[in-house]
Design a protein around this ligand. Structure first.
Ligand code: SAM
Ligand code: TMP
Ligand code: ZN
Length: 406
């Protein structure tokens, strides 16, 4: 029996198996090692609606809980991105007498703090306790709960309809999509907009960024699959916009069916996806072959450097790096430690491969000869602040879109 599509119940055809993987954001203490959770990370395409998705689900409470360690405000580029985004969303509901903005996955308040500062009614849904508390410290109104059909209905009852429902890097995390879209249908005002942005499958294939595939990233959206996904809920995809953040994303704007005319960008992106062959098995199998090639190249480089006695340090203990390190068998023998600015990750071990995580300051103490850039989506920001590394003779190793040293 093939796996079943979480959107349309169609048959899902697997095209890439990334093997046994741990929870990507479970940074471990020595005591945690014995009970580490693993699952099979594999991805397939629905032969009916073209949605690309994982074939196995990890229970949501194992991923999003009190100690979830990802803080969105850790990147200055992302802080700026969300401030600009918040201003754009506020402009879109400026004509309403008392607008109401809801965010799904509001994390540490990186977006809603600008909405709050503008004095606009808002609410964030954020199930992960400590990041939600960080937002509340900024005065952001947060419900420490998962967004779904029931919690959305309760908010509609208490606060009334939402003019804007926004989500970044969250909708693709949610396998129970029918409940989400039912929730949007219950909460959204008649002329409201549901806007979400997530890593774009077209960029993932074009850049062979297979590390975007991990437990939390359940769906890999295209304009075509999102259009089909929302249509079953009386909703319509009315705009798409490509974004440079996190290695390439698309922002999807959804309205009630017939409420707003779709922009030309929707049809143009769907046509570009057809030309790229994003729903074709031949393209998807080529992506799997490219992924295997990147693994072989990265393994060969790291093994050669080990033989030469050259130290390699990882930069950024990203969730994505769990896929790379576990798929490629990169442990502390090949990468001596990973530095990261997040206090909740420091002093712990990376999931599955158990590489120590150290504070960012450890990077320069002293600089290693090679750094493996796990946070490649933040390359510009990191290279700008780590100029001393290159000046010391250090070299960056990257693996997107292919393995290269610079
Ligand atoms: N929006 C932020 C950003 O773009 O940086 C945070 C993204 S973070 C990768 C995903 C967030 O979604 C986590 O904080 C997680 O706790 C939250 N989340 C997961 N499932 C959710 C749900 N059903 N409703 C609301 N938030 C959810
Ligand atoms: P992300 O790619 O999922 O946003 O995760 C980025 C990780 O990299 C996160 O743990 C924070 C860390 N990081 C640094 O250590 N230094 C930096 O300059 C940036 C931007 C991120
Ligand atoms: Zn489907």
């Amino acid at each position: 029996m093939p796996p079943i599509c979480q959107i349309c119940d169609g048959a899902v055809e697997e095209f890439l198996d990334l093997g046994r993987q741990p929870l990507s954001d479970a940074f471990l203490t020595e005591q945690d090692l014995a009970g580490e959770f693993f699952y099979r990370l594999a991805v397939g395409v629905c032969r009916s609606c073209t949605m690309v998705q994982l074939v196995e689900q990890v229970p949501r409470d194992l991923m999003f809980h009190e100690d979830y360690p990802y803080y969105s405000s850790g990147s200055s580029v992302m802080r700026e991105h969300f401030e600009t985004t918040a201003r754009a969303l506020l402009a879109r509901c400026a004509d309403e007498p008392d607008p109401f903005v809801v965010e799904i996955g509001s994390n540490d308040g990186v977006l809603l703090k600008t909405v709050k500062a503008a004095g606009v009614r808002h609410l964030g849904f954020e199930p992960s306790g400590k990041v939600a508390a960080a937002a509340a410290e900024h005065g952001v109104r947060v419900l420490t709960d998962f967004f779904d059909a029931e919690s959305a209905a309760a908010v509609q009852h208490n606060d009334g309809p939402a003019d804007v429902i926004f989500a970044a890097n969250t909708i693709c995390h949610i396998p129970y999509m029918r409940s989400i879209l039912e929730g949007v249908d219950r909460l959204l005002a008649a002329d409201g907009i549901f806007v979400f942005e997530d890593p774009y499958f077209g960029d993932i294939v074009a850049k062979t960024s297979f590390d975007q595939i991990y437990d939390e990233h359940f769906f890999f959206f295209t304009a075509r699959s999102v259009q089909a996904m929302v249509a079953g809920f009386g909703l319509e995809l009315v705009d798409v916009e490509r974004l440079p953040v996190h290695g390439g994303e698309v922002r999807y704007t959804i309205a009630r069916a017939g409420a707003r005319p779709p922009s030309d960008a929707v049809g143009a992106l769907i046509e570009a996806e057809r030309a790229q062959g994003l729903a074709d098995l031949v393209t998807l199998r080529r992506f799997a072959a490219d992924t295997a090639r990147v693994r072989a190249d990265l393994q060969a480089l790291l093994r050669r450097l080990r033989e030469e006695g050259q130290q390699v340090v990882g930069y950024g203990a990203t969730a994505k790096s769990a896929t790379v390190t576990n798929f490629c068998g990169i442990d502390s023998d090949l990468v001596s430690f990973v530095c990261d600015t997040t206090p909740a990750k420091q002093g712990r071990l990376t999931p599955g491969t158990h590489i120590p995580v150290r504070p960012a300051e450890a990077f320069a103490d002293p600089y290693p000869p090679y750094a493996l850039l796990f946070a490649w989506n933040h390359a510009d920001e990191i290279m700008a602040k780590e100029q001393g590394f290159r000046e010391s003779g250090g070299r960056w190793i990257q693996y997107v879109p292919e393995v290269h040293v610079s």
